[in-house]
Design a protein around this ligand. Structure first.
Ligand code: DAH
Length: 339
């Protein structure tokens, strides 16, 4: 029996517990009613009288050292729990850091707001789109360079499935699903096969506008765009329309606004002209109306399309387009108060 006690005594020194659970297992093993110490006590009863004194003493010693050991392990554990050395107690609890809206979302929402106030509804379409919606229904000739692989990302060929190169494809989606009067704006991401640089990216964002009704004139278009420019860039903003060409509009124009960085006096942003281009527009080509099942002898329409990055650059003077997609928190945080 003495040997048994000695063996247990030796065990005590090597006991460890990293958590409460292990500690409890040890307590049950040694000190509980059915534990090893109680087993010894039962055995103790049959020990001959002359050995009782010595063995009793040893059992008592074992009991004390077990209790001491478990107390020591418990103390270590609670010390571990209270170890705050990893915590930065100087950090303030408030304010809780919130994410910020992306500058392109801020500007996109602003564009949507302005046109919703003018009665335009929102419309959407797929980014992976077929040739018909991106090109053919928009009156692109078979050999138009935009259909070239150098400009367009192809997902599949024959029949051609592409990443849409402009949000004008949503015009076709809207026309095939609704009847005039139609008054929508269509924000979305577009893709072009361009080398990425400070001034060009392989994806960017546009907002398309489409209005179809009886008796729609170029004057209506001009007034809506002037209202937009003033809401977006300030009441003293001027616009000018320059003749241009797009397959889906006739006549077509590009719209400049007076440079809002220098106020029109000339700076490097506007290349010292006082004007910056912000969008393309025009009267919807009758071929487009007909291709999408709308009678061009009854209905007319205007359309416009603008780049969200361009407008954002003008508002916030972001010099490098790549910043918009790099997710650099230092850049994004600059727009904290612009929400
Ligand atoms: N889709 C043209 C582009 O990506 C922009 C555009 C120009 C849209 C004229 C229009 C428009 O609706 O009428 O450059």
């Amino acid at each position: 029996m003495i040997e048994k006690i000695q063996a247990l005594m030796n065990e005590v020194g090597s006991l460890t517990a990293n958590d409460e659970k292990t500690l409890e297992v040890l307590r049950i093993k040694y000190l509980s009613k059915k534990g090893l110490l109680n087993d010894l006590m039962s055995e103790f009863r049959s020990v001959p009288n002359e050995q009782k004194r010595e063995i009793g003493q040893r059992i008592n010693e074992l009991k004390t050292s077990l209790q001491d050991k478990l107390n020591e392990l418990r103390a270590n554990l609670s010390q571990q729990e209270e170890d705050y050395s990893d915590l930065d107690l100087t950090r303030t609890a408030y304010p809780i850091k919130l994410g910020t809206r992306h500058p392109l979302s801020i500007v996109k929402n602003e564009i949507i707001n302005i046109f919703s106030n003018l009665g335009f509804a929102l419309a959407d379409g797929p980014e992976v789109e077929d040739d018909w919606h991106v090109f053919s229904s928009m009156n692109f000739a078979e050999d138009h360079p935009a259909r070239d692989m150098q400009d367009t990302f192809f997902v599949e060929q024959k029949p051609d499935i592409v990443l849409r190169t402009h949000t004008s494809s949503i015009q076709a989606r809207v026309m095939e699903n609704s009847r005039p009067p139609i008054r929508v704006i269509c924000p979305g991401r577009v893709y072009r096969n361009e080398a990425i640089s400070a001034r060009a990216h392989c994806f960017f964002h546009q907002v398309e506008g489409l209005y179809i009704d009886k008796d729609v004139s170029f004057t209506d278009l001009k007034q809506v765009l002037l209202t937009f420019a003033r809401e977006m860039f300030g009441a003293d903003t001027k616009i000018r329309l320059r003749p241009s060409y797009f397959p889906f509009t006739e006549p077509s124009a590009e719209m400049d606004i007076s440079c809002n960085i220098c106020g029109g006096t000339g700076c490097s942003f506007c290349k010292h002209t006082g004007w910056v281009e912000i969008l393309g527009c025009g009267m919807v080509d009758p071929n487009v109306l007909e291709a999408n099942g709308i009678d061009s002898t009854i209905y007319k329409g205007y359309a416009f399309g603008m780049g969200v990055e361009r407008i954002t650059n003008l508002k916030y003077q972001v010099k490098d387009l790549r910043l918009f997609s790099e997710n650099d928190i230092r850049f994004l945080e600059e727009f904290e108060s612009a929400n």
